[in-house]
Design a protein around this ligand. Structure first.
Ligand SMILES: [Zn+2]
Length: 111
């Protein structure tokens, strides 16, 4: 014998009274509209410069070109046009020099 269904509670959403259901629907509509408006206002820069926190690019900021390096501040390695950072060398050549010195100092002594 089939079990008789007591009440239509198979789906709780349908068990809401009509007033509550329409209220919930209205809330959902309002939320959807608000979200759409917020997305529209925050996007694409069409509203002018009222963005408090503009999107920042990640990573290293782009290098600012300051014009040619004057000869007295140039790296002393011939052919290198970069600005000297320390000991008359650019950062690349300074690091190369430093690495060379470290390797020379750490070389195991021949016994
Ligand atoms: Zn250099």
């Amino acid at each position: 014998m089939a079990r008789p269904r007591k009440s239509p509670v198979s789906s709780p959403a349908l068990a809401l009274p009509p007033a509550l259901a329409s209220w919930a629907e209205a809330i959902g509509d309002a939320i959807g509209r608000g979200l759409a408006r917020a997305l529209h206002n925050s996007g694409l820069g069409a509203t002018g410069g009222n963005l408090a926190a503009p999107m920042r690019k990640r990573g290293r900021p782009p290098k600012v070109f300051m014009g040619p390096v004057p000869p007295e501040r140039r790296c002393t390695v011939p052919g290198c046009e970069r600005e000297s950072r320390s000991k008359g060398l650019c950062s690349a050549h300074y690091q190369a020099e430093r690495r060379r010195n470290l390797a020379a100092n750490n070389k195991p002594k021949p016994s």
